[in-house]
Write a protein that binds this ligand. Structure first.
Ligand code: ARG
Length: 457
């Protein structure tokens, strides 16, 4: 069943047909294709381009096709010979309602049709991506609220650096995923113009009302240049790029979970339902899901690169190369949506080991900066204070101690200004408490951050 048999004398080669077809994957936006056709037919009838009766026959027929696809009464298997979803829907409609079905494509090309379908589909997926990001943000906010006093080491170069809290650490991810959600909204705002009516690329001679179809399909308006309308895949590149950033953020968080879950760290324990075992080593409980989220980042980036490369040499307007925009995009979307849901579930079920975290923060000289600041408070210049604390650390390393395990006498050997109040000054609790600048890990600062975050959710 072809839409273009007229000027051909021979059948297409079997392999050509298989290589050319897209129904096996563009069936994914059957609903969007039908929705677009209903809007188009409604507009054609409103403008008197087709009769009111044909308009009604078409829209009712299309609604039935959508219904039958949903219920499984109609499927794609029986129609392997249709080239793409557009041929499938139009062909099925004509089989069912006769001549009226053949009037549906008046003033339309598959070029503006596919541009529309993909936009409608992506718009829905953008909404779904936003929804899943919101769920993850809610889960992260929950951890932030629970752990304002859970002290842990913060790292630079993966070396223990200064103490922070689990709440503060997750607050960083909240910001990342919040920006990701903003990127989705931004992408949606820019793409939300309707290409229908662009025809093959040069518009049409029928007096179409493009504003009407745009409105029926919830667009902000019609696209401004018909040649651009059928050639533009920027919005998809933007979406894939925003998805790549999401997956990059998920991958960084996964990497931390993997580290925190090691026998050496044991900051967290993954729930059994989010872990897997080993076929040979009975003791193993592996963080496969976090590893897979990290691993699948490669394929999401790959699909972005693939589409950029497909588009880079294309002359205006439509070229069949553009059919290649779909499978990679679908795979990237599936991967990111699954990853977002899995990450939210994994976090919800994960146990944090407060004691291990706090002990780790105390053990790694994360209070060395605070010890230096203490000396500065007693009048020692910062550069000297830095040197003194450096020597203290060296001694502690020799003796296997932490700074607060040195006696006052021992401390005084390095600087006479040390007094008993030093122990309070370098305790983990006060190290955190003193860091109350906006955005810092101090409990008061963190409470404020949480309030703001909750409002943004
Ligand atoms: N399957 C095609 C695609 O995905 C639909 C558009 C076909 N247009 C054409 N002029 N052959 O791009």
């Amino acid at each position: 069943m072809k839409l273009w048999g007229g000027r051909f004398k021979k059948q297409t080669d079997r392999l050509v047909q298989e290589f050319n077809e897209s129904l096996s994957f563009d069936r994914r936006f059957a609903e969007q294709d039908i929705r677009g056709s209903i809007a188009h037919a409604t507009m054609l009838a409103d403008c008197g381009i087709i009769s009111r009766e044909d308009g009604t026959r078409i829209t009712e027929g299309l609604r039935e096709i959508a219904e039958d696809l949903r219920s499984g009464k109609l499927n794609f298997q029986s129609s392997a010979d249709y080239e793409d979803i557009h041929s499938f829907v139009e062909g099925t409609l004509t089989e069912r309602i006769g001549d009226a079905g053949k009037r549906l494509h008046t003033g339309r090309s598959r070029n503006d049709q596919v541009a529309l379908d993909m936009k409608l589909y992506i718009r829905d997926e953008l909404t779904e991506t936003e929804r899943r990001l919101s769920q993850l943000l809610a889960e992260i906010l929950h951890i932030m609220e629970e752990h304002t006093d859970t002290v842990m080491p913060g790292f630079t170069h993966l070396q223990k650096a200064q103490p922070t809290t689990l709440s503060h650490h997750f607050g960083a991810y909240f910001e990342m995923f919040l920006r990701d959600r903003e990127r989705m909204r931004d992408c949606r705002r820019r793409m939300n113009l309707c290409p229908l009516g662009a025809g093959a690329f040069a518009g049409t001679t029928y007096p179409l009302d493009r504003a009407e179809t745009a409105k029926l399909l919830d667009f902000d308006g019609a696209t401004r240049n018909s040649m651009d309308s059928v050639s533009d895949r920027d919005y998809l590149i933007e979406y894939l790029s925003a998805l790549s950033v999401v997956q990059m953020h998920l991958s960084r968080l996964s990497e931390e979970i993997i580290i925190w879950n090691t026998n050496e760290y044991r900051f967290v324990e993954l729930d059994d339902s989010y872990s897997t075992g080993s076929s040979i080593m009975p003791q193993k409980k592996n963080p496969d899901i976090a590893e897979l989220i990290r691993g699948k980042t490669g394929r999401v980036y790959g699909h972005l690169m693939g589409l950029l490369t497909t588009m880079k040499g294309l002359p205006l307007a439509y070229n069949k190369d553009m059919q290649e925009d779909k499978e990679g995009a679908f795979d990237a979307i599936d991967t990111v949506l699954d990853s977002l849901q899995l990450m939210a579930g994994m976090l919800a079920a994960m146990k944090f080991n407060r004691v291990r975290m706090e002990r780790s923060a105390s053990g790694g000289f994360t209070n060395a900066t605070d010890a230096a600041d203490y000396l500065v408070g007693k009048g020692v210049p910062f550069r000297d204070a830095h040197g003194i604390v450096g020597q203290l650390v060296l001694r502690c390393l020799d003796e296997g101690k932490s700074l607060d395990e040195l006696s006052l006498e021992e401390l005084k050997q390095y600087s006479p200004v040390f007094e008993t109040d030093v122990y309070e000054a370098i305790s983990m609790k006060s190290c955190i408490e003193k860091r109350n600048t906006k955005g810092g890990p101090g409990v008061a600062a963190m409470r404020e951050e949480i309030e703001e975050s909750r409002a943004l959710l």
